[in-house]
Design a protein around this ligand. Structure first.
Ligand code: NAD
Length: 498
């Protein structure tokens, strides 16, 4: 396959990096170079921020009616839908996720998310006409923030980019967005596809290192909001840098999702749910099941069911329909998986399954599904986000203990509870300190469902109408109803001197 050279989109123009430097983008299944992408510099991202600032301030997008903005988002959705197969193939080739997953999960969500926020743009309303003072009317309305700097990760490149682009544009903001350096291709292709639908400068895509491009977006006083999906450590840096001009900060960070099996759960359903939610997308998913809490007396049966199911996962070429798990995104990510297997063994955990690269595959960053037992709560494999297919199973004796252990991590993104008594499952779900808790399910997400973390998994919500709490600001406007002659507020404060 020919190596394609890309440019960045700044102020409606396709440009190289100001230094003309590029970086290579790999196919993790072959380790071969598939594209060259501009290695942006500070001056490039500054130009993009200036363009987004001008586009916001001149009202070319924010002054459009909700119906006009919605119509653009709907056109975007139609264009992506037409090219859906091409986007799915490119995403799979760049990330290593299976074609089944890109085509049947990522792409429909991306398209639907654009359509959801097209509708949402027309339902963006504040309260109006409350008479709270007894002297006049209040109008409380939502306005766009201005320039949004969005920074996205490599595990769901276009999908998570759309979690930022769709609500930001629906609300009337302009954007500078930075893809992760491993996976910039689908976002650049998306920008190419939709460029003609937007005034220049409304959507800018800048590629390059996070600590140059992302940092400048976080620091710049011309940016009004920075929205990151990424690692907790990156979130902490962004928050500090964002304090420069006290910009709004929206952080969707890591997770270490517990999967709590109650004593009356169906073990078959739980094992099926666990094996899917632990290993989809190569476990490179912030909501992936990572810690399974199972009653001691059910432990051995459950583990043998889990291992049997995991052994059926077909690891291999992500472009093949029959493949369930492709390679991890990078050599670094595979080293990370391997290093945590070593940590687990050193800590005294037992490998119930996997722990190694699949046999017979010579090229590609492959690593097989891995299951640890004999895991205790204080082990690093139980506490730290691995972001690779390394799963821990932990025994418990009382439900109280399971809830306490499930909550005992710094993360709080997502969790699940499995059981057949709705009262008992609800009781546990209520006590789990996570932004999402599924009952007898793990991982369902649609555009209507708010997604975001508790604790160090961040704050603010992606998706749903709640996303507008991040991408808009509230303005209060007040109209006196007493007649200017009476100087009403003066009268209330100082009394009637006449
Ligand atoms: P990362 O934090 O390394 O990178 C995320 C983005 O931030 C990339 O675009 C990167 O270039 C940029 N970046 C890195 N350092 C930066 C800096 N100093 N300043 C500004 N920008 C910087 O994360 P990753 O490895 O790409 O993604 C994996 C992480 O993302 C995991 O922790 C995962 O749990 C998390 N994640 C969270 C969600 C969620 O919705 N909560 C979804 C997906 C991934």
């Amino acid at each position: 396959m020919a190596v394609k050279t890309y440019k960045m989109l700044i102020d409606g123009e396709w440009v190289d990096s100001s230094t003309k430097r590029t970086f290579d983008v790999l196919n993790p299944a072959t380790e071969g170079v598939i594209a060259k992408v501009p290695k942006g510099e500070v001056e490039d991202v500054r130009a993009a921020i200036d363009a987004a600032r001008t586009a916001f301030d001149n009202g070319s997008w924010s002054d459009k009616t909700p119906a006009e903005r919605a119509s653009v988002l709907l056109k975007m959705a139609d264009l992506v839908e037409k090219e859906s197969q091409r986007f799915a193939e490119l995403e799979s080739m760049n990330v290593g996720k299976t074609i089944k997953y890109s085509r049947d999960s990522d792409m429909p969500f991306i398209i639907d998310n654009l359509r959801f926020f097209a509708g949402a743009a027309r339902n963006l309303e504040g309260k109006s006409m409350g008479n709270y003072s007894g002297l006049g009317f209040s109008m409380i309305r939502r306005e766009p923030l201005g320039v949004v700097g969005a920074i996205v990760p490599w595990n769901y490149p276009l999908y998570i980019a759309m979690w930022k682009i769709a609500p930001a544009l629906a609300a009337g903001n302009t954007l500078v967005i930075k893809p992760a350096s491993y996976t910039p291709l689908t976002l650049l292709e998306f920008a190419k596809l939709v460029k003609g639908l937007l005034p220049d400068g409304v959507l800018n895509v800048v590629t390059g290192p996070g600590d140059i491009i992302g940092s400048e977006m976080a620091k710049s006083d011309k940016v009004d909001m920075v929205a990151l999906t990424g690692d907790v450590s990156t979130g902490k840096k962004i928050m500090q840098m964002g304090s420069n001009n006290l910009k709004r900060v929206h952080l969707e960070l890591g997770g270490k999702a517990p999967f709590v099996i109650l004593p009356d759960a169906s073990l078959e359903a739980a094992a099926e749910g666990a094996v899917v939610s632990a290993f989809w997308n190569g476990a490179q998913d912030c909501t992936a099941t990572t810690r399974i809490y199972v009653p001691s007396k059910m432990h051995d049966t459950f583990v043998s069911m889990l291992v049997k199911k995991a052994s059926k996962i077909r690891v291999g070429d992500p472009m093949k329909e029959s493949t369930d798990m492709g390679p991890l995104v990078s050599a670094k990510q595979r080293e990370r998986a391997e290093s945590y297997v070593k940590v687990g063994l050193d800590e005294g955990a037992k490998l119930a399954y996997g722990g190694k690269r699949p046999a017979g595959i010579k090229k590609g960053f492959y690593f097989g599904p891995t299951i640890f037992t004999n895991v205790s709560q204080d082990m690093r494999i139980c506490q730290e986000e691995i972001f690779a297919p390394v799963l821990s199973v932990i025994k418990y004796n009382t439900v109280e203990e399971a809830v306490e252990k499930a909550n005992d991590v710094v993360y709080g993104l997502a969790a699940s509870v499995w059981g057949s008594d709705i009262t008992k499952t609800m009781n546990v779900a209520n006590r789990l300190k996570f932004g999402t808790v599924w009952i007898n399910e793990h991982g369902v997400l649609t555009a209507e469902m708010p997604h975001g973390g508790y604790k160090q998994s961040g704050f603010g919500k992606d998706l749903s109408m709640y996303a507008f709490d991040e991408f808009t600001q509230i303005k209060h406007m007040y109209v006196d109803q007493t007649g200017l002659a009476r100087k009403p507020w003066y009268y209330v404060v100082y009394g009637d001197k006449d």
